[in-house]
Write a protein that binds this ligand. Structure first.
Ligand code: SF4
Ligand code: ZN
Ligand code: ZN
Length: 306
């Protein structure tokens, strides 16, 4: 198998593009696609201070690295933000991996400890609701607050094409129009909410893994112990099966949703007010984070009672 560009040995075959590439040309292809995604959806502007959310996993490691290589061309400044969620057997290692990635590239960073808010995600083990939806709300809140405090103009996350489509399928099967309307590749800023973007949204997850491996990036392979039973993994497996049988299916699904369906959904990022407990932007009188915080700190107190 030979690289289509230079004729050297290829390391990957991309069926959807009918393309075989060597290490060097795959890395170039990967980074060009990130740059194209950013430009296609107007995700970043020259002079932006970009808060890169790094979890310690392969996708955010690849995103951080690709943006670090592209930052001169894009005219942006990077700052890393990592949240220590306090998940036993997972968070300590992930946070350390994220820290090493920042230090290796010389990217300034901030680590936010959820424990400083009086609870940790481990406390969510006792909830009936799946931990991931609680965790998602906690991360959104803390990332937004940290990004605003450090003067970032946009938050970028490592959500890949597979992540985006799996959430899309989940929202579709639940008939959750509200989630479909909110499920965007780029959200503009709105009154206290920092803009958010997903520069890997056109990148298949397996390619983000390959990019990280080819560059020898450090990432954690430990699965989060709270993710057990998550249906998103099953949607991803189904998407991979479709892609295998019909190369190009994933990107076709993304484009069909963004170009044909999403324009029919309400688009504005509504922020009617502020949370009366913490003062952060909220669509209800008490924000979701403060509600979670109150519930989990209570649970923690009950569990620790002799
Ligand atoms: Fe949070 Fe779920 Fe991710 Fe674990 S798998 S870090 S609980 S979102
Ligand atoms: Zn080549
Ligand atoms: Zn609040």
């Amino acid at each position: 198998m030979k690289c289509r560009v230079c004729g050297r040995d290829a390391v990957v075959k991309l069926d959807y593009a009918n393309l075989k590439l060597c290490r060097e040309h795959f890395i170039e292809f990967f980074e060009r696609r990130v740059a194209r995604t950013i430009s296609r959806y107007g995700m970043l502007r020259r002079g932006d201070k970009v808060a890169v959310a790094v979890s310690g996993g392969k996708d955010s490691a690849s995103l951080l690295h690709a943006l670090w290589r592209l930052k001169g061309e894009l005219g942006v400044e990077l700052v890393g933000v990592t949240i220590d969620l306090g998940i036993r057997g997972y968070s300590d290692q992930s946070v350390e991996v994220a820290r090493r990635n920042y230090e290796k590239l010389g990217v300034p960073y901030r680590i936010i400890k959820l424990a400083d808010y009086g609870f940790i995600m481990d406390d969510a083990r006792t909830l009936k609701k799946p931990a991931c939806s609680t965790c998602g709300a906690v991360k959104r809140y803390l990332l937004n607050k940290a990004a605003r405090e450090i003067g970032a103009t946009v938050i970028v996350t490592g959500h890949t094409l597979d992540d985006f489509l799996a959430v899309l399928m989940q929202a579709y099967t639940r008939g959750d129009l509200q989630q479909l309307a909110k499920h965007r590749v780029y959200l503009p800023p709105a009154d206290g909410l920092i803009a958010r973007a997903k520069p890997l949204v056109e990148t298949p997850e397996r390619e983000s893994l390959l990019y990280a491996q080819l560059l020898g990036l450090e990432f954690t392979v430990i699965e989060c112990p709270l993710s057990r039973g998550a249906t998103l993994a099953d949607f991803k497996a189904a998407l991979n099966l479709l892609e295998e049988r019909h190369p190009g299916m994933k990107i076709m699904m993304l484009r069909a949703f963004l170009n044909r369906l999403q324009p029919l959904l309400p688009s504005e990022r509504r922020v009617p007010g502020r949370c009366e407990v913490c003062g952060e932007p909220s669509t209800s009188s008490v924000c979701q984070f403060c509600r979670i915080r109150s519930r989990l700190t209570q649970l923690r107190a009950t569990c620790n009672r002799p």
